[in-house]
Design a binder for this molecule. Structure first.
Ligand code: ATP
Length: 359
């Protein structure tokens, strides 16, 4: 889609997981996990608790053997059944949720810990450059306990980046921070990685964090990847019901397929933006996100406001249709509809995703 040649793309691939399996005792927790990551990209492994995110990251780091499949870094096999290249030979950077800074070392010493082979002047210059990048210039002589949690995590990030590792792995790096700081730091990390050309994989169960930081997201379910895609596509083009329900908000409403791309529903006949692969009269469910449902006072399609959640810039309304079914609708927060109000709506879905009905 980006217009690059296939040849260029292949050379760009830094990390490949090819059908890997990991087990604890004899229980498989990762099964048939595959993805490819290009140089300079930031990927997130996202998914519910226990789906195997941390295990996958540990396998990439070399702390967990793979029982089947292969992991390749820059074309070289680093893990396969019976062979695990030791973590220290993989030249990766790591960031954990608990910061793991050395408490008795200054920030300078922490940041330059992995740069022992460089001259003092080089180490100093690299530390200064990175401190500047996180707005902590002049703080190199401080100790970790003199910093806030957010500042400590910035230091552990730049410490991981300092030796220019081939790949940086981050395991729930922001989960000890409060929600606002978490998203701000996730955006900062995105900028730092972009600035430094870092390739990284971040594990999180927080989709807002994943959206803020990732070029690509792998949504895991029970040890395999349900969808590997851009944040935009995961939201607008979920490949399965699981993805549709895990990512963002929205509801599935019943529809009947007509003429390959028309969807007959209780909110009218909607024109899909694609030809669906099922025969006419197939019973499907379509996904309506809050941004697909617009308020339009003069509309014949009526609904009642049953709930509203103020989100700052916008409000998400829960509306009850005549059938009793509920949909969500988004409005700028200065546009106010009271609970109980009868409102007119129209459906304005650019992406009309449908799944065959499951009985
Ligand atoms: N050392 C271990 N021994 C046995 N089972 C383990 C071990 N570590 C993890 N598991 C199990 O493997 C599965 C995957 O765990 P993992 O930590 O990879 O999931 P996760 O997606 O990172 O979860 P969370 O978001 O809760 O951290 C879980 O069922 C977990 O109970």
């Amino acid at each position: 889609m980006s217009g690059e040649t296939v040849h260029g793309q292949d050379e760009d691939i830094l990390l490949e997981l090819d059908d890997i399996e990991c087990r604890y005792d004899d229980t498989p927790v990762i099964r048939g996990l595959s993805f490819r990551l290009r140089r300079g990209q930031v990927a997130c492994l996202l998914g519910p608790s226990g789906c195997g995110k941390t295990t996958a990251l540990r396998a990439i780091a070399g702390f967990e053997p793979v029982r089947a499949g292969e992991i390749r870094l820059a074309g070289e096999v680093i893990s396969r059944a019976g062979y695990t290249m030791p973590p220290e030979q993989r030249r990766l950077g790591m960031v954990f949720q608990d910061y793991a800074l050395f408490p008795h070392l200054t920030l300078y010493e922490n940041i330059t810990f992995g740069l022992r082979h460089q001259s003092r002047a080089e180490r100093r210059a690299r530390a200064d450059e990175l401190l500047e990048l996180v707005d902590m210039r002049g703080m190199g002589a401080r100790y970790p306990h003199e910093l806030s949690g957010g500042q400590q995590q910035r230091i552990s990030l730049i410490r991981a980046v300092a030796p220019r590792p081939r790949l940086v792995l981050l395991d729930e790096p922001f989960s000890n921070l409060d929600v606002d700081l978490r998203e701000r730091l996730a955006r900062e990390v995105h900028d730092i990685f972009r600035d430094q050309g870092v390739t990284a994989i971040l594990v999180t169960h927080d989709q807002h964090e994943a959206f803020a930081v990732a070029d690509q997201i792998g949504l895991l379910k029970d040890g395999y990847i349900e969808q590997w895609d851009t944040p935009y596509n995961l939201y607008h083009e979920p490949a399965s019901r699981f993805v549709a329900e895990f990512i963002g908000q929205g509801v599935l409403i019943p529809a009947t397929l007509r003429d390959h791309n028309k969807l007959q529903t209780e909110v009218g006949t909607l024109l899909g933006n694609r030809a669906y692969p099922w025969p006419d009269d197939t019973a499907v469910d379509i996904l309506l996100r809050p941004d697909d449902v617009r308020f339009m006072p003069e509309s014949h399609l009526r609904a009642r406001v049953t709930n509203k959640a103020f989100k700052g810039a916008e409000t998400i309304y829960t509306l009850r249709l005549e059938s009793g079914r509920q949909v969500l609708a988004l409005a700028p927060s200065h546009e106010v509809y009271p609970e109980g109000a009868d409102v007119g709506i129209r459906i304005d879905a650019q992406h009309l995703v449908a799944f065959p009905r499951e009985e």
